[in-house]
Design a protein around this ligand. Sequence first.
Ligand code: NAD
Length: 491
Amino acid sequence: MRSELYIDGKWRPSSDGRTFDVVNPATEEVIHRIAAATAEDVDLAVKAARRAFDRDGWPKLSGAQRAKYLRAIAEGIRARQAEIARLEVIDNGKPFPEADWDVADAAGCFDFYAGLAEQLDNNPEEPIALPDARFTSKAVKEPIGVVGAIIPWNYPLLMAAWKVAPALAAGCTVVLKPAEVTSLTALELAAIADDVGLPAGVLNVVTGAGSVAGQAIIDHRQVDKLAFTGSGPVGSKIMAAAARDIKRISLELGGKSPFVVFDDADIDEAVEWIMFGIFWNQGQVCSATSRVLVQEGNYDRLLSRLVEETKKIRIGNGLEDGVLLGPLVSKRQHQQVVAAIEAAKAAGATVACGGKRPEGFETGYYLEPTVLTDVPLESDAWREEIFGPVVSIRTFSTEEEAIELANDSRFGLAAAVMSRDDRRAERVAAAFRAGIVWINCSQPTFTEAPWGGYKESGIGRELGRWGLDNYLETKQITRFATGEKWGWYIK
Ligand code: NAD
């Protein structure tokens, strides 16, 4: 396990020698210590990224040349897949098969953006038709510059890949700050980049507190763009900091996403996707479908099947075979989710199952998967993100009511609908005010498709070609034909 900052192609301790603890959420043991970056360290990292961008020529390489590095990073991740997945489990708590999936996905993300980097070479200029024949114009895409990438703890390596891969493909250089509770795999990513010979300064990783290292990144004058995934309140701070010097921003924030299940849906299929929509990754998923709306005719049977299956979920240390629900990521997160359940009960909600620490798990940040009913529409449990394995479920009668309830939220990250009537499903999908819509499923995410939210769930889109655009500026180059006269002042 790495423990130092990766700045300008070198490993170094923090400037004041401070470290912070890495805690395994399944055992509550301190398993490692990592350097806590200071503002001075961040300054070194930004300056290294600046040099790599302005002087050392990373953006001047062809897309094909950058793609070679990205493919080598993908290979490097795959070569150590099981080992990195294990690190993710002891750092984040998620079950091993999920971590294994994430690591494979992260490698795939580097491959995907390698392909798009190559396409930048094939299609660099877009001619623009103009009404005046004396002029010709074209639009070219250029990298934005130095990117400050700040990521959360729920998908540590994957969130790093979602930002680093398109940024490097575009020709940007990066200072990456992982969340303080899950820094291990971001440091491994730096080690892999180092192994494949990525030029110094192109990727820098600074670990440490959001209030110190994160703040220093967002305040730094030489950072051109902030790419952030995390909570709404920190997203607001980032937007405010970016306003001072008009930094580019992309924000992927929280959600309270609805899942609408019509009477014609198969009950078992609906239960399967409802569970996948909220218990995968212990419900610590920004797009989790945490508000389930079930049409009246199906409700009783669906609720009893949901409770029956939820009680069967095997809880345990993510390294054990067959475990489907690990601990929450941290003591703080556990306390917050338990407090949210208590607040829901105080507001009148009924706990249909779960709601407490599972028996036999005195150590570790474990929580039973929880189904809440009778959740008042105005309560926080219905409106605010809980970010844990807690689903609220209620009925609706008509399609119009379902759409109204689904859209009645300040968030708009994701939404799901299940119906065997394709036309109805498409109608509801079109009516959702959300950036990601699933029909007859919830959560499957593909690197090729755009990802991001409406309303308070964020700005900009990651993944797919939209993810590359996040790191590109558009320049118009307009030429006045040689030999022509303009003739305004000088006739
Ligand atoms: P968080 O906002 O507390 O932290 C995210 C990152 O921001 C961390 O690296 C943290 O150190 C850093 N940070 C904190 N304060 C900062 C500051 N003042 N300046 C700069 N950086 C700062 O969020 P979290 O608790 O790590 O993650 C959970 C939240 O993230 C949830 O609300 C969830 O919905 C959201 N999330 C969204 C997506 C998405 O794609 N939309 C994905 C994952 C998580």
